[in-house]
Design a protein around this ligand. Structure first.
Ligand SMILES: Nc1ncnc2c1ncn2[C@@H]1O[C@H](COP(=O)(O)OP(=O)(O)OP(=O)(O)O)[C@@H](O)[C@H]1O
Ligand SMILES: [Mg+2]
Length: 336
C-alpha cells in the first residue's frame, strides 16, 4: 500500500527554537489523519516543509513517494493546502485566483474555470465569485482557502486550522465535505484546536509537542488512556456501598471510588469495560441500581493531560495562534 506521507527524523531549527526536533510519521493513503498540538508545537512548520515553503534542517519527507525537495514539483502537485495564514492575491476576483491556481498546477484553461466554479460551490461561496478576497467576511475567507486547496483536486488535502473563526454551520458543512472527499479516496491531514473535531473525523491522530511526536494512535486508543467516570445511583444509602467497591478485584484501571451527591462515582480507565464488574459487586452485596451512567473521558481531556507543561516552561516556545510573524514562514510570498 502506498503512503501519502513518509517522514523520517524531520528537523527544523530557527535561531533558538527547535521547531521540528526529529519528527517521524507515516500517513497511509486514504486515511484521515489529525495533527494535534498546542500553540508553537511545530504543526505549521511541519506542513510548510511538506509543501516547500520551509526548507528542513535535516531528515526526509516524501509525498506519495516523491521527496519534497528533490522532486518538489511532483510532490507539490499532489497536495492541496488550506494554510493557517491567508496568503492570497487580494486584488483579483476570487474565481480568477482559483483559475490561476489550477493553471499553475497544470490544469488546462477551460477546465480550470469549471474546477473553480465547482470548488466555490463546494464551500458555499459561489455567489461571491466576482468579489475580491479582501471583501469577503472572515469565515468566507476561510472557505475560500479551502476552495483553493480543492481546485487542483489533490490526492492529499492539508487543512491547517480550517475551523478557526468559522461559524457552526460552516464547521458542519466542512466536516461533511472533507468526510465525503475522504470517502472518495482523498487523504486528509488536519490540524485543529477543536479537539472534538479530531475525535469525530480522524482515524488516527499524532500529538506533537515542542517539535516532537508524543504519540500516534486512534482517538479511541487515546481515550482509553484517560479516566472515565462510572456514576451509579442506588436505591439504598451509598454510605456502605463504597466499601463494596473498595473490594473490587485488585484492578489497575480503578483510580478512585467516591460518593458525590449520594451517587457512587468510580473513576477509572476504560470505564465501560469495568461497569459490569461494578454492577456485579453491588448486586452481590444486595444493592439495587436505579441508574448507571458512563461519562467517557474526551479526547480533549487526554490531549490537555498529555501536553500539559509545568509553569516553569509554560512559555517554552509557544506563540499565539494569531502571531503576525508566523506569516514570515511563507517566505515565498503568495502561494499560487
Ligand atoms: N519563520 C520563523 N522564524 C522563527 N521562528 C519560527 C518561524 N516560524 C515558526 N517559528 C517558531 O517555530 C515554532 C513552531 O511554530 P509553528 O507555527 O510551527 O507552531 P504551530 O504548532 O503551528 O502553532 P499554532 O497552533 O499556534 O499554529 C514556534 O516556536 C515558532 O515561534
Ligand atoms: Mg500553526
Amino acid at each position: 500500500m502506498t503512503n501519502a506521507l513518509e517522514v523520517e527524523d524531520l528537523r527544523k531549527r530557527y535561531d533558538d527554537v527547535e521547531a521540528l526536533d526529529g519528527v517521524s510519521l507515516t500517513v497511509p493513503e486514504g486515511s484521515f489523519f489529525g495533527l494535534l498540538g498546542p500553540n508553537g508545537a511545530g504543526k505549521t512548520t511541519f506542513i510548510n516543509v511538506l509543501v516547500g515553503l520551509v526548507r528542513a534542517s535535516g531528515g526526509e519527507a516524501r509525498v506519495f513517494g516523491h521527496d519534497v525537495e528533490d522532486d518538489y514539483r511532483l510532490a507539490r502537485d499532489r497536495v492541496g493546502l488550506a494554510p493557517q495564514e491567508f496568503n492570497v492575491d487580494r486584488f483579483f476576483p476570487i474565481h480568477e485566483v482559483l483559475e490561476h491556481k489550477a493553471g499553475y498546477h497544470g490544469v488546462p484553461h477551460g477546465e480550470a474555470a469549471a474546477r473553480a466554479e465547482r470548488a466555490l460551490k463546494q464551500v458555499g461561496i459561489y455567489d461571491k465569485r466576482d468579489t475580491r478576497f479582501d471583501w469577503l467576511s472572515g469565515g468566507m475567507k476561510r472557505r475560500f482557502m479551502i476552495a483553493r486547496a480543492l481546485v487542483t483536486e489533490p490526492d492529499l488535502l492539508i487543512l491547517d486550522e480550517p475551523s478557526a473563526g468559522v461559524d457552526v454551520q460552516l464547521r458542519r458543512d466542512l466536516w461533511d465535505l472533507v468526510t465525503d472527499l475522504n470517502d472518495d479516496g482523498t487523504t486528509v491531514l488536519l490540524t485543529t484546536h477543536y479537539i472534538e473535531e479530531a475525535e469525530r473525523l480522524c482515524d488516527r491522530v499524532a500529538i506533537l509537542d515542542s517539535g516532537r511526536v508524543r504519540t500516534v494512535a486512534t482517538p479511541t486508543e487515546l481515550m482509553d488512556r484517560g479516566t472515565d467516570r462510572v456514576v451509579v445511583t442506588l436505591r439504598e444509602s451509598t454510605a456502605t456501598a463504597r466499601d463494596v467497591l473498595d473490594a473490587l478485584p485488585d484492578d489497575d484501571r480503578v483510580a478512585d471510588v467516591a460518593v458525590e451527591d449520594d451517587r457512587l462515582v468510580v473513576t477509572a480507565t476504560q470505564g465501560g469495560l469495568l461497569a459490569p464488574d461494578i454492577v456485579r459487586e453491588l448486586d452481590r452485596a444486595g444493592y439495587t441500581i436505579l441508574d448507571l451512567a458512563i461519562e467517557r473521558t474526551s479526547l480533549e481531556e487526554v490531549f490537555v493531560e498529555m501536553t500539559r507543561h509545568d509553569d516553569a516552561d509554560a512559555d517554552d516556545g509557544g506563540v499565539p495562534a494569531d502571531d503576525p510573524d508566523t506569516e514570515t514562514v511563507a517566505a515565498g510570498g503568495v502561494d499560487r
